[in-house]
Design a protein around this ligand. Structure first.
Ligand code: AMP
Length: 113
């Protein structure tokens, strides 16, 4: 069996994290190296290496995660908006191969790219 990712270990409570949300489907915690005043990682409990491995049956899970993200953003005070991104693959900067969405905001207006 392949080794657990850092995020799977956080989900399994083997590693500490600053958890801001959890339900049966997903967990959210603060990024250890924040790139914005608010930087939360939202991860599904289902083990999927990245966005390129999603299937049609993951649709309800994804919809749920977008709804959760909006709730988290509101709770974190991101009333003017937030960015939600996923890096897919090494060339895009993915370093942890368990699907996750970065929820970023709270600073000045974020230019694209
Ligand atoms: P990515 O580069 O898109 O795969 O994002 C991985 C993110 O996980 C980076 O922003 C890291 O700062 C973050 N990260 C790595 N280890 C931890 C950890 N133990 N707790 C919280 N965030 C982490």
């Amino acid at each position: 069996m392949s080794e657990k990712t850092i995020f799977k270990r956080i989900i399994d409570r083997e590693l500490p994290a600053d958890i801001v949300y959890e339900d049966e489907t997903c967990m959210a915690f603060k990024d250890i190296n924040p790139a914005a005043p608010v930087h939360i990682l939202l991860v599904p409990k289902k083990e999927i290496t990245g966005a390129d491995k999603l299937t049609e049956e993951d649709g309800p899970m994804l919809a749920h995660m977008f709804i959760v993200a909006a709730k988290i953003a509101a709770e974190q005070g991101l009333k003017d908006g937030y960015r939600m991104i996923t890096n897919c693959g090494k060339a895009a900067g993915q370093t942890v191969f368990h699907l996750h969405f970065h929820i970023l905001g709270g600073g000045k207006r974020m230019p694209w790219a």
